[in-house]
Design a protein. Structure first.
Length: 203
């Protein structure tokens, strides 16, 4: 059983710092694979140790990664992610244009990563068993909801995800690390426009 998921709700300083491709990759590697040195991370990510060390320090300055001095020997420094998950509200940075731009960049980056990982799966799936190929699924569903109903739906889905993360119960065959993406947003009408919702739609 896994421990409770720790989440950081990004501040303006944190979102501005994180909006950088290498920093995102460094934080992701530390979260997925555990503590590592700058040298090991540079080798894994195909960059140089100097750049890796610099960007790790930037992440540490805003509390997104931490040094593990007990694991270091001599000049070797070990780093770990300070949290397991990152989150923010879409409206969190409306009063801070620079942070809003950084959050918009992060959203676009994560969508691109989702597409890349989905394409990686399509390329590699024939090397997996029939059971795994049948278990992996993509789907889309159209619902007609208010914003409050959408929030409740997302909260209930998150509860199910957390249950399977911490205690998935019995299963047949070996387990794999699974990437689960969840996007739920209004269908944008042709021509776009401001869709603020009707009175009473927001609490």
């Amino acid at each position: 059983m896994e421990e409770q998921l720790s989440t950081v709700w990004l501040t303006g300083d944190q979102v501005r710092t994180l909006a950088h491709p290498l920093r995102l990759r460094l934080l992701g590697a530390l979260r997925l694979d555990g503590p590592a040195t700058a040298t090991a991370l540079a080798h894994e990510l195909g960059t140089n140790t100097g750049a890796t060390s610099y960007h790790l320090r930037k992440l540490a300055d805003v509390g997104l990664v931490r040094e593990e001095p007990a694991r270091g020997t001599g000049r070797e420094r070990w780093w770990r992610a300070a949290h397991q998950n990152t989150s923010w509200r879409n409206t969190s940075f409306d009063a801070d244009p620079d942070a809003r731009a950084a959050a918009d960049w992060l959203n676009s980056y994560f969508v691109q990563q989702f597409v890349r990982r989905a394409e990686d799966w399509h390329t590699a799936r024939d090397g997996y068993s029939a059971q795994w190929r049948d278990a992996a699924e993509y789907s889309d569903t159209r619902l007609t909801l208010t914003s409050d109903q959408l929030r409740r739906l997302n909260a209930e889905i998150d509860e199910v995800i957390e249950r399977y993360r911490t205690d998935p119960g019995p299963g047949d065959g070996p387990a794999e690390q699974v990437m689960l993406y969840k996007y739920a947003f209004p269908r944008v009408a042709k021509g776009g426009g401001d869709r603020g919702g009707s009175a009473g739609d927001e609490p």
